[in-house]
Ligand binder design. Structure first.
Ligand code: GLY
Length: 398
């Protein structure tokens, strides 16, 4: 954890107020570059992980430069919402749970709650009642994307549950419940593997066909999708205990763990032969490790609980021993991630979500960290570790 925090601090000092790109380039993050937007702008689906890293690093270390950066970045998410900049997708949870819900939980930042509620409203507006799913991407009338959902979306639903808890209105959680049921019934296969995305008829609700965006094929098992599913069902179980999602999460976890190579770092698609020489996706393992910790924390004490807790620890240790980045060779936290193998994007690089979930896995393991949506609304932050207060480097002050 100490190494990870040092790495993060170095990248923060180098990038200043710029948001980094989705992935490192030759192992170092550069400011985000998107057509039509200023350098380092808050655009895309991954900037919340950078802000989430800041809040988490502050919780873990108490270092003020992380809090300072987190607050400044959180303010940029409020402006982004006001401008409705690149928000026509399901990843509103990643963006606003890790910025505004975190800010509300950790320091009751004025306005954080109302901004996160507005983000939840946008996410709820993507729910298609006829299909019973939240549409993944694009305008709701986009003929290519209409009625298409994605396994990753489970991870964004805690924003809806949080909104129900804050407002006392059930409609957010009610939509999430239907989406989770549809996902469990149609995107999880009998052997515990998952489909990446799935189309539904938006009038009759008929399930139409699986499809992949980043996997090897429509019916393969994309490693990161499987990890999102494992963690996503575990997170939703806390809010929807009536659905009994733990067995589903266990089956998905079993499939994930059974398809790892001996060194425990997943290939980017779990359907690939283990000796294929294909790139790894360490970020899938970081997400899965968090999911396993969360799953274990909800199982009754006993052999099954210990099995998944041990699997979480072993995955985190494998990431630490084989993928932890160290300057000057690499400037992120977690090496050997893969964003999109088929188009050669971010292959064998660090990526923002891999870095975020790696630090979260360490925090879950060593500090019993809990997700923001699962804390009571007046939740208290972890006290910084004893002796964690470090001198503030001059480059980060002011
Ligand atoms: N949620 C998009 C991805 O994992 O690449």
């Amino acid at each position: 954890m100490e190494l990870a925090l040092q790495q993060l601090e170095a990248t923060l000092c180098r990038l200043g107020h710029h948001f980094p790109a989705d992935t490192s380039a030759q192992q170092h993050y550069m400011p985000r570059h998107a057509e039509g937007a200023p350098l380092g702008a808050n655009v895309g689906w991954t900037t919340g992980f950078w802000t989430g890293l800041m809040w988490l690093a502050y919780e873990l270390s108490g270092q003020p430069q992380f809090a300072h950066a987190a607050r400044a970045q959180t303010a940029s998410f409020a402006r982004r919402l006001e401008a409705r900049r690149e928000l026509e997708h399901h990843d509103l949870g990643f963006l606003y749970l890790l910025s505004h819900v975190a800010a509300d939980q950790l320091c009751a930042l004025p306005g954080a709650r109302s901004t996160a509620m507005a983000a939840a409203d946008l996410l709820l507006a993507r729910f298609l009642p006829g299909a019973g799913i939240i549409q993944a991407w694009g305008r709701l009338d986009d003929p290519q994307e209409h009625g298409r959902t994605i396994i990753d979306c489970l991870m964004n639903l805690p924003l809806l549950h949080w909104a129900s808890a804050v407002s006392g209105e059930r409609r957010y959680t009610d939509a999430a419940r239907i989406h989770v049921q549809r996902t469990r019934d149609h995107l999880v296969r009998p052997d515990g593997a998952t489909y990446h995305t799935y189309y539904f008829d938006t009038v009759r609700g008929t399930p139409l066909r699986p499809s992949t965006r980043q996997g090897w094929s429509d019916d393969s098992c994309w490693a990161r999708g499987q990890a999102w599913a494992l963690y996503g069902f575990a997170l939703n179980q806390r809010h929807l205990p009536e659905l009994d999602l733990l067995d589903t999460a266990c089956r998905i976890a079993d499939y994930f763990l059974a398809h790892l190579p001996a060194d425990r770092i997943a290939l980017w698609d779990l359907s690939l032969p283990l000796d294929s020489g294909e790139p790894r996706d360490s970020s899938a393992c970081a997400i899965a490790a968090c999911g396993l910790f969360d799953l274990a924390s909800q199982l009754p004490a006993g052999a099954r609980q210990q099995h998944y807790q041990q699997a979480a620890i072993e995955l985190t240790q494998a990431l630490q021993s084989q993928c932890a980045a160290r300057l000057p060779q690499a400037g992120g936290l977690l090496r050997h991630g893969t964003y999109h193998r088929q188009i050669g994007l971010g292959v064998d690089e660090c990526n923002l979500w891999g870095d975020y979930y790696y630090l979260e896995a360490l925090a879950r393991w060593q500090r019993n960290w809990r997700s923001y949506d699962s804390r009571s609304l007046s939740g208290t932050a972890l006290a910084p570790a004893e002796g964690a207060q470090q001198p503030v480097p001059a480059a980060c002050t002011g």
